[in-house]
Ligand binder design. Structure first.
Ligand SMILES: Cc1ncc(COP(=O)(O)O)c(C=O)c1O
Length: 395
């Protein structure tokens, strides 16, 4: 198996310490230096003349940044707002979504733990039911996702919440087909999409979700604490932000639904304003270069770890099903931690003994490893991971 040809990317474009093998871009992406500098420049502008910044500069600058993001993800900027992260976006949808006693919200067993908690809380409060479709692996076709998901729909299902790229299993779900089927049934869909942004070519115009929640500090490498919420026009007036403030434009512009979201009290919007710098960073390298390289490296890591562990692939070996991140089932090892949200002892060992940052997660009571491959990741680092895993498995 030949190593993927690495584009000429200097690791010094990031501030990553030399001795760290960082294979967890999927959780928290290190910020490129140029993006961090762009954020600092905006902070500087704010700090030097806050009145001018908030009253005259901020709103047009936020519009311009959202317009750039909209171009990237095939969405109209008028349908989006910046939020701190996917968690805030999902909370906002959950807290605003109308649920009556007996209604159902449908998730599935690949969803992110915090998202389950968010919906469990509102369902409990409203005496609604959180139902969970089981989507078994290995998945071989789109129907293997659609059939179990829609088999769990009942006349009481009021909303489907589904990941674009799943967290524990790193699978790209067929969200366009899910939204199309849900539309036929008249059920809104809320997509949890933080991994998809930049990793995939996303077009919200094609997917047509009702809500799309995402973080931009993962694969897009925007500053930490940046994300967005997309809302279908029919729902925009029904959503309230998590924090209530003036709800109007500081610059005195005509009212828009985003006014409730842009001013959540005094804060520094520099991270949002640096999103175009993150888009420019990856664009200058080439979207396809980034996606192809990360995918090829992930593909190789997947084949090698599966061969080492003797475990089966979760999805077919096709870009349709995974991008720059893969999950592989590991053989049983030291006992799993009791909480599914806490880090596994293997994560700690890989860090302490090998300086490898990588999540080992419990999914359905089995240990899985998730490998993220960004442009700074090298084939040699995957070799080191394989050596470390071999030692762990044999110990
Ligand atoms: C699928 C999924 N949804 C939501 C989140 C939450 O993202 P954030 O912590 O940026 O809000 C994550 C984080 O890893 C995730 O993987």
């Amino acid at each position: 198996m030949s190593a993927p040809v690495r584009p000429v990317i200097d690791r010094s474009l990031w501030s990553l310490p030399d001795d760290v093998i960082y294979l967890n871009h999927g959780s928290f992406g290190p910020t490129p230096k140029s993006v961090f500098a762009a954020k600092e420049a905006w902070s500087q502008r704010l700090a030097s003349q806050p009145m001018d910044f908030f009253l005259r500069q901020m709103e047009p600058a936020l519009d311009a940044a959202l317009a750039e993001l909209g171009k990237l993800i095939g969405a109209d900027a008028r349908d989006m707002v910046f939020v701190d992260n996917a968690t805030v976006a999902m909370n906002a949808v959950a807290e605003s979504f109308p649920l009556a006693p007996g209604d159902e919200v449908l998730l599935n067993d690949h969803e992110y733990g915090a998202v389950r908690r968010i919906w469990q809380r509102v369902c409990d409060r409203q005496q609604a039911r959180l139902s969970c479709a089981s989507i078994p692996v290995p998945i071989a076709s789109v129907d293997d996702v659609l059939e179990p998901l829609f088999a769990a729909v009942t006349p009481k299902t009021k909303l489907i919440v589904v990941s674009h790229v799943t967290s524990p299993t790193a699978i790209v779900f067929p969200v366009e087909q899910i939204c199309a089927r849900a539309r036929e049934l008249g059920i809104p869909v809320c997509i949890d999409g933080p991994h998809a942004i930049a990793m995939r070519e996303v077009s919200l115009a094609r997917i047509k979700p009702t809500f799309y929640c995402a973080s931009l500090h993962k694969w897009l490498s925007a500053p930490l604490g940046t994300g967005f919420l997309y809302v279908d026009r029919r729902w925009q007036g029904k959503l309230t932000p998590p924090v209530l403030s003036w709800g109007k434009s500081l610059a005195g512009r005509p009212a828009r639904w985003q006014d409730e979201w842009n001013w959540l009290g005094t804060r520094d919007p520099a991270g949002f304003l640096a999103v175009p710098a993150a888009i420019e960073f990856l664009k200058s390298i080439g979207w396809q270069t980034f996606r192809d390289y990360g995918h090829q490296l992930a593909q190789q890591a997947r084949q090698r770890i599966e061969a080492l562990c003797g475990t089966q692939s979760l999805v077919p070996d096709d870009e349709q099903w995974y991008g720059t991140m893969i999950t592989v089932q590991l053989p049983p090892g030291p006992s799993l931690r009791s909480s599914p949200n806490s880090w596994d002892p293997w994560t700690q060992t890989l860090w302490e003994q090998h300086r490898i940052e990588i999540p080992v997660v419990d999914w359905h009571g089995r240990r899985h490893i998730r490998v993220s491959c960004h442009l700074y990741t090298t084939p040699a680092e995957i070799d080191t991971l394989l050596t470390a895993l071999t030692a762990l498995i044999q110990s």
